[in-house]
Design a protein around this ligand. Structure first.
Ligand code: AMP
Ligand code: ZN
Length: 479
C-alpha cells in the first residue's frame, strides 16, 4: 500500500454521504461495473461511465497495489434487442455480440482505459444465473409463473433503499393487466427468467429460457469477484445514475436474498449523465432512444483518444457534463501544452512517489477530477516562461514537469511519446510528404532563401501542419 496522506473518500449513493473508503481486505479490493449490451456502437455517454470507473480503478491500484484490485466489467451478450437483430439479419447472436464487444474494447483502449481484471460474458455464466434463481425460489424470494420466474419484492424489506423508491409507492401501481403484469403477484416484481425467444434459450429446472438482465450482474459479480474473497459482499459497485433504479436496486435484492447478506456492495458510485445540447438551448441526456448520440467510434476518427478522455474528465463525475466540440478543442489545446512541455525530456512513466502529493489531495477527495486537472494546469502555468528549446532544463523545473507527468499518468493522460502526439495519426504517405516539406524549409533556411522557407511554411499550414525550426533542423507537427 502506498501514500495514505489523503485517504480516499467516495460519495456512497446508498448512504447518500461522502465516506472514507475502507476495503474489506486491502489485499483484495473488489469492484464491479455494469458493462455494455453489445449490439451497437458505444456512445460518448457510455464512455463517460467507463472512464470514470477507469479513474477509480487506477486510483485504487495506486493506493492498494496493482495486483490487489480486482475489477470486473461485464459484457451483456444476451438480450431481446440482440436476439431480434440476429433474427432480422439471419445470423447467430454471437456474430453480433463478438463484433461489438471487440469494437467496445478497442474504443475504450483508445481512451486509455485499462483492461478490467475480469470481463465476464453473460452467455458463459448462464449456469451461475440458473443456480442463483433456484436458490431464490428455494428461499421463497422468487416464484414461477407461466414459463417465467419473478422476484417477489414483498419478501425483501429493504427493497427501494438505494433509489429511494419505497415499496409502498411501487405497490401503488399494482394492477392486473396484459402480458408480464398479469403473471406477477406485485407490479414491482421483476423477471429473473423468461421463455426462449426465436429459439434462443437454455435448459433450466424452471423451463427452457433466458435470463432477465438484472440477474446477469448479480451472478457474474458472484462468479468473478466474491468467489475470490470471504463472504459475498463486494467493495464497490459503479454505473451511471440511470442504472440505480431498477437495475441496481434489483441486483441488491437478488444478491442479498440469495447470498443471505445485508449488503451486496459496501459503496455505490454513480456517475451523472453526459448531455447533448438541444436546439432550444437546453440540454438532455445522450441516449440512443432520444437519437442524439455521438459515437466514440466516430469521434476517434477526428480526435486522439486522450483528447476525448480529458474532455470526459472535465466535470466532476457527480455533475452533468455538457458535451461539445469546444470541450474537445479546449482539451486538445491543453494536452498540446503539456506535451510541448514534456517533449524536452524523455517521457517515461514517472514513479517518484513524492509527486503523488501534488494531486492526491484532490483525486482522493471523491475523485475530484476538475480540481486535480486544475492543479496540473497550475503547474503548467508556473512554467510558462520556460521554452521547449532551452537546452538545459533547471532541476526544479524538471521536477515540476515530473509532477505534471505523474499526475497526468494517474488520470490516464500523457501516455504517448510527444513526437507521436504531435505527428497525430497521419498516414505514412502524409508523413513522407510532411517530412519532405520540412526538409525543403530546412534547406531553404540554410541557404538563406527566405522566400522559399516562407513558401514551405505556408504550404505546410495549408495542409494543417506547423513547421518548427530547432537546433536539429525543421520538424513538423499537426496544427
Ligand atoms: P447501457 O449500455 O445503456 O446499459 O449503458 C452502459 C453504461 O453507460 C451504464 O453505466 C449507463 O449508466 C451509462 N450511460 C448511458 N448513457 C449515459 C449518459 N448519457 N451519460 C453518462 N452515462 C451513461
Ligand atoms: Zn449490472
Amino acid at each position: 500500500m502506498t501514500d495514505q496522506t489523503h485517504p480516499l473518500t467516495l460519495y456512497n449513493s446508498l448512504t447518500r454521504e461522502k465516506e472514507q473508503f475502507i476495503p474489506q481486505d486491502p489485499k483484495r479490493v473488489t469492484m464491479y461495473n455494469c458493462g455494455p449490451t453489445v449490439y451497437s456502437y458505444a456512445h460518448i455517454g457510455n464512455a463517460r461511465a467507463a472512464v470514470v470507473a477507469d479513474v477509480l480503478f487506477r486510483v485504487l491500484r495506486h493506493i492498494y497495489g496493482e495486483d490487489a484490485v480486482v475489477y470486473a466489467r461485464n459484457l451483456t451478450d444476451i438480450d431481446d434487442k440482440i436476439i431480434k437483430a440476429a433474427t432480422e439479419q439471419g445470423v447467430e447472436i454471437s456474430a453480433i455480440t463478438e463484433k461489438f464487444a471487440k469494437i467496445y474494447q478497442d474504443d475504450l483502449k483508445a481512451l486509455n482505459c485499462l483492461e478490467p481484471t475480469e470481463e465476464p460474458k453473460a452467455t458463459t455464466h448462464i449456469p451461475d444465473m440458473i443456480m442463483m434463481i433456484s436458490e431464490l425460489i428455494e428461499k421463497g424470494h422468487a416464484y414461477e409463473s407461466d414459463g417465467h420466474v419473478f422476484f417477489d419484492v414483498s419478501t425483501y424489506e429493504a427493497y427501494g433503499k438505494l433509489s429511494g423508491n419505497t415499496l409502498d409507492a411501487l405497490r401503488g401501481g399494482d394492477r392486473v393487466g396484459e402480458g408480464e403484469v398479469a403473471r406477477k403477484k406485485n407490479s414491482a416484481d421483476f423477471v429473473l427468467w423468461k421463455p426462449e425467444l426465436d429459439g434462443v434459450g437454455w435448459d433450466a429446472p424452471f423451463g427452457r429460457g433466458r435470463p432477465g438482465w438484472h440477474i446477469e450482474c448479480s451472478a457474474m459479480a458472484k462468479a468473478t469477484l466474491t468467489s475470490q474473497i470471504d463472504g459475498d459482499v463486494i467493495d464497490i459497485h459503479c454505473g451511471g445514475v440511470d442504472l440505480k433504479f431498477p437495475h441496481h436496486e434489483n441486483e441488491i435484492a437478488q444478491s442479498c436474498c440469495a447470498n443471505e447478506e445485508a449488503k451486496f456492495a459496501n459503496y455505490w458510485v454513480h456517475n451523472e449523465f453526459l448531455n447533448m445540447a438541444k436546439p432550444d438551448g437546453q440540454s438532455e441526456k445522450m441516449s440512443k432512444s432520444l437519437g442524439n448520440v455521438t459515437l466514440v467510434h466516430d469521434l476517434l476518427k477526428e480526435w486522439d483518444g486522450e483528447v476525448i478522455r480529458l474532455a470526459l474528465l472535465k466535470a466532476h463525475y457527480r455533475s452533468e457534463l455538457n458535451w461539445s466540440e469546444d470541450l474537445l478543442r479546449e482539451s486538445k489545446a491543453q494536452l498540446d501544452g503539456w506535451y510541448r512541455l514534456v517533449s524536452v525530456k524523455q517521457i517515461e512513466p514517472d514513479t517518484d512517489e513524492g509527486h503523488f502529493v501534488i494531486i492526491s489531495e484532490f483525486i482522493t477527495d471523491d475523485l475530484s477530477m476538475p480540481s486535480a486537472l486544475g492543479e496540473l494546469s497550475a503547474i503548467r502555468a508556473s512554467l510558462t516562461t520556460f521554452t521547449a528549446n532551452e537546452e538545459d532544463v533547471p532541476l526544479h523545473i524538471e521536477d515540476r514537469i515530473d509532477a505534471l507527468i505523474y499526475g497526468a499518468n494517474l488520470l490516464g493522460l500523457l501516455q504517448k511519446d510527444p513526437e507521436e502526439w504531435f505527428k497525430g495519426n497521419a498516414s505514412s504517405d502524409d508523413q513522407a510528404e510532411f517530412d519532405a516539406i520540412a526538409l525543403r524549409r530546412q534547406e531553404a533556411r540554410a541557404a538563406k532563401d527566405w522566400a522559399a522557407a516562407d513558401a514551405a511554411r505556408d504550404e505546410a499550414m495549408a495542409k494543417g501542419i506547423v513547421l518548427e525550426d530547432g537546433p536539429d533542423g525543421t520538424s513538423w507537427r499537426k496544427a
